[in-house]
Design a protein around this ligand. Structure first.
Ligand SMILES: CC(C)(COP(=O)(O)OP(=O)(O)OC[C@H]1O[C@@H](n2cnc3c(N)ncnc32)[C@H](O)[C@@H]1OP(=O)(O)O)[C@@H](O)C(=O)NCCC(=O)NCCS
Length: 378
């Protein structure tokens, strides 16, 4: 029997949310090239697109934006729970726990069949996850969380709740584009996990908790954190060449944020993120981390090893610089990924609802025919 380690190459669903051509460096959401969406779309428009396979009209867009903002508040009990946690709890563990707890306060949590109500529920969760992320950033610093404003977009609200100040336009644009670019990516591990949960007939909160849990793993959502730690370790542009020689040429390590299982050419998202990281650097006057990232990418692109293996910066490479420039601690990088990817997870959950139970097979390769031994004789 054919064994597909990691289910690689196995088709498990027909989808309309995204298409990836790794050899051409192409990513499409519901018919639109990612470059087109990154240039023009708000995250809220992308959410609508993924749910409905078309762009919203103005009235639909306004209704969706205000529905998210108006319901983004979290119950006091959830804030109190977060405040009671040790401050060194990994932010992804906080997010997973808080989202699970939210289900107890959602009157519609146990409705498992109505797709329109599922969309409304996931919009609530989308806003609430933003609030949880911003609240945790303040709680670890000993600050009071800030409640969301109904007049702001999701990206604006996050930056407002993080700092308490009116967000600056370059920062809002950078965060919005990050959210747009990370929203959906085919049958990745966290999306598949959400679909498996949904196919059992379980609920939206459980499916999103499964997505968060899968994304928490370093092989999925953790590479941007590792890329930033690497830029910090390198420290200066002058240290890029010696660091590359000592760590990469020696074969000891991999460059985090370079290479991709699917993209064997430019990841279309990387260049867009780089441009926004450049805009942030220009507006803040600080380009130290961007300069290191660019110098390291150029060093790798000029190296035969990287050329022969088609290794290019992936989405995590410049998103690390972008998120760090926005003032996020490294521990918050993966929660920000989740804050965006809930769009894809929930679109997949809605399309999986009512579908067939996902139940693959396994080959048994263990022993047979063993005889029972009483416990004291083993
Ligand atoms: C993402 C990743 C796991 C994809 O791997 P893959 O398609 O399975 O490719 P492999 O791990 O088989 O690597 C293929 C070759 O390229 C090399 N390679 C891959 N990524 C590399 C990197 N970032 N730095 C140095 N060498 C790398 C491997 O050592 C291997 O070399 P070999 O043929 O001599 O053995 C891999 O590129 C990687 O580890 N990247 C760094 C982590 C990262 O950024 N992850 C986020 C992905 S979105």
């Amino acid at each position: 029997m054919a064994k597909q380690a990691g289910l690689e190459g196995v088709v498990v669903a027909e989808i309309t949310t995204s298409f990836i051509d790794g050899s051409e460096g192409e990513l499409i959401y519901s018919g639109y090239a990612i470059e087109e969406l990154a240039e023009n779309a708000s995250f809220e428009e992308v959410l609508f697109l993924l749910y409905n396979s078309r762009l919203p009209r103005r009235s639909e867009y306004e209704a969706l934006r205000s529905a998210i903002a108006a319901q983004a508040g979290i119950p006091d009990a959830v804030t109190a729970m977060m405040q009671s946690l040790p401050k060194d709890t990994p932010a992804m563990a906080v997010l997973r726990t808080a989202v699970s707890m939210l289900s107890a306060f959602d009157a519609d949590a146990e409705n498992l069949s109505d797709k329109e109500r599922a969309k409304a529920k996931s919009l609530r969760l989308t806003g609430q996850m933003t609030t949880i992320c911003a609240a945790w950033m303040r709680i670890v610093k000993g600050l009071e969380p800030i409640t969301p404003r109904p007049d702001l977009s999701l990206a604006e609200n996050f930056l407002y709740m993080m700092t308490g100040a009116d967000p600056e336009a370059t920062a809002c644009a950078a965060l919005n584009v990050y959210l747009v670019l990370l929203a959906e990516h085919g049958m990745n591990a966290s999306t598949f996990a959400s679909r498996v949960i949904t196919a059992t007939g379980s609920d939206m909160h459980s499916a999103i908790v499964a997505g968060i849990s899968a994304l928490k793993g370093p092989s999925h959502g953790g590479a941007n954190s590792e890329a930033m730690k690497m830029f910090l370790e390198i420290g200066t542009v002058g240290n890029v060449a010696p660091w590359f020689e000592a760590n990469i040429k020696s074969g000891k390590r991999r460059i985090m944020g370079i290479g991709h299982r699917v993209y064997k050419t430019n990841d279309p998202r990387a260049g867009i993120l780089r441009r926004h990281a450049e805009a942030l650097a220009a507006s803040s006057g600080t380009s130290q981390w961007l300069d290191i990232a660019v110098a390291l990418a150029e060093t790798a692109r000029a190296d035969d090893y990287f050329i022969q293996r088609n290794l290019y910066p992936n989405v995590d490479y410049y998103s690390a610089v972008l998120l760090y420039s926005l003032g996020l601690e490294i521990d918050m990088f993966t929660p920000l990924f989740a804050m965006s990817r809930i769009a894809g997870w929930s679109a997949h959950v809605i399309s999986q609802m009512g579908g067939r139970l996902i139940r693959p097979k396994a080959d048994y390769v263990g022993a047979r025919g063993l005889k029972w031994q009483p416990i004291d004789e083993r």
